[in-house]
Design a protein around this ligand. Structure first.
Ligand SMILES: NC(=O)C1=CN([C@@H]2O[C@H](COP(=O)(O)OP(=O)(O)OC[C@H]3O[C@@H](n4cnc5c(N)ncnc54)[C@H](O)[C@@H]3O)[C@@H](O)[C@H]2O)C=CC1
Ligand SMILES: O=C(O)C(=O)COP(=O)(O)O
Length: 410
């Protein structure tokens, strides 16, 4: 009976972009979802607006921007999956006000980023990028001036979250002394020490590595003023987000030698595809490692992410569970075998839950189970009912003022 008011699985369209790992497709198919439009690359903005029109789920990585403008076209969208950690490419508020939860993979590629950074610390310490560039040009400059071991050096981590804390452990295993700065009090792992201010960290450390999200507090965090607080001749690594570092200020510091080497994986403006040239004042420096946003791009990470986020899609589509959504009240739900499950997403205003329950009282329908979570803006209530045909209920639920969306699960 539930099928009468819910979409059949074959009609639920999944739009997967940016070469998301095949595991995602396998998870969806195993759950009975066959309507999958798969793209190896990001779509151009106009193509994206077209493709998203009839999509119920969209999966993307860091290159697809879901702005208010794009979401306006997404009339059928039920959920968004960022097959990565960062969710800054999605207008989370715009999605929320449409009743669309956004999921991501908060852990799966963290080890990959930490390993890349560790490798970069080691090669920057030894001036390998310069030697490598010179030898490629035929110059046999067998100089080791300024070449140092990592052992005993001070690593300063800005942002001691999933990546920063893993880097801390593996750097310490090499004998580095680890300090970190975070806006929250964090449990230091191993012998790492939290410092009280960013200035203290910058003053103290030989290598600074950034592992903070893109937000208002981190925009241009490493600017000329902050760079002046670095130790002379220190190293900077940014595998977080491009907006965190003022690139012109960094270029000046590299010219003056204040910073003696750097590694950047992310940039304020990243080319949309391989056909677009990467423009940056940093290209001229042999002592700077430049990589095209590949910090989280390992086979292991992408496999795990594909499975993780696709499983969250399936859980939400089959079951209504929003656990680990980044913009939505989190509800973890049991199976609903033998009962119809109604989902109601509404503006968090007084009285709505009453009106919802009143409908069931009037119809003399028993509520088998009810789950509610709210945040300051929206409420998400899930109702399991002992009813054979929930269609009329759905219509009435939708008619309640303040409703964003209501649906019955397949
Ligand atoms: N290059 C790549 O391919 C990848 C880049 N990333 C980037 O790395 C970032 C960090 O990832 P995770 O460690 O998993 O995030 P996380 O959320 O676990 O940790 C971030 C930490 O930064 C702290 N923080 C926030 N604002 C701060 C500020 N202004 N100053 C100091 N600390 C601040 C938070 O309290 C938190 O402890 C992500 O947001 C993402 O942008 C993530 C994966 C791959
Ligand atoms: O996980 C993240 O936040 C990343 O930056 C990785 O982005 P990507 O999936 O490689 O486009």
């Amino acid at each position: 009976m539930v099928n009468k008011v819910s979409l059949e699985k074959s009609k639920i369209k999944f739009l997967l972009l940016e070469g998301i790992h095949q595991n995602a497709v396998d998870v969806l198919k195993a759950a009975g979802y066959t309507n999958i439009e798969y793209h190896q690359k990001a779509l151009e903005p106009e193509e994206l607006k077209e493709a998203i029109k009839d999509a119920h789920f969209i999966g993307l990585r860091s290159r697809t921007y879901l702005t208010e403008d794009v979401l306006q076209e997404a009339k059928k969208l039920i959920a968004i999956g960022c097959f990565c950690i960062g969710t800054n490419q999605v207008d989370l508020q715009a999605a929320k006000k449409r009743g669309i939860p956004v999921f991501n993979a908060p852990f799966s590629n963290t080890r990959s980023v930490a390993e890349l950074v560790l490798g970069e610390i080691l090669v920057l310490m030894r001036n390998v990028p310069q030697s490598n560039a010179e030898v490629h040009r035929g110059v046999w400059n067998k100089s080791a001036a300024g070449s140092r071991e990592a052992r005993g050096k001070k690593l300063g981590i800005v942002g001691y979250g999933h990546i920063g804390s893993q880097l801390s452990i593996i750097a310490e295993s090499l004998g580095m002394k680890v300090f970190f700065y975070d806006i929250q009090n964090k449990l230091p792992l191993g012998n790492a020490q939290q410092v009280g201010s960013l200035e203290e960290l910058l003053n103290k450390c030989d290598v600074i590595s950034l592992h903070i999200p893109e937000n208002d507090s981190t925009k241009n965090l490493i600017n000329a003023e902050r760079i002046a607080q670095f130790k002379d001749g220190s190293l900077l690594i940014n595998a977080a987000r491009g907006t965190v570092v003022d690139i012109d200020a960094l270029a000046d510091a590299l010219k003056s030698g204040k910073i003696r080497g750097a590694a950047l994986d992310v940039f304020p403006e990243e080319p949309a595809s391989i056909n677009e040239e990467f423009i940056s004042p940093l290209r001229e420096f042999d002592n700077v490692i430049l990589t095209p946003h590949i910090g989280g791009s390992t086979t292991e990470a992408q496999e795990n992410i594909g499975t993780e986020v696709a499983s969250k899609f399936v859980k939400y589509s089959d079951n209504g569970s929003t656990l680990s959504s980044v913009n939505f009240p989190e509800v973890s739900l049991p199976e609903h075998i033998g009962s119809a499950r109604l989902l109601h997403i509404h503006h968090n205003k007084p009285g709505i839950l009453n009106k919802i329950n009143q409908i069931f009282v009037e119809k003399n329908i028993n509520i088998a189970a009810q789950y509610l979570q709210t945040d300051p803006n929206i409420g998400y209530v899930v109702i399991d009912v002992d009813s054979t045909d929930p269609t009329p209920l759905l219509e009435q639920l939708r008619a309640i003022e303040g409703t964003i969306r209501a649906r019955v699960l397949y």
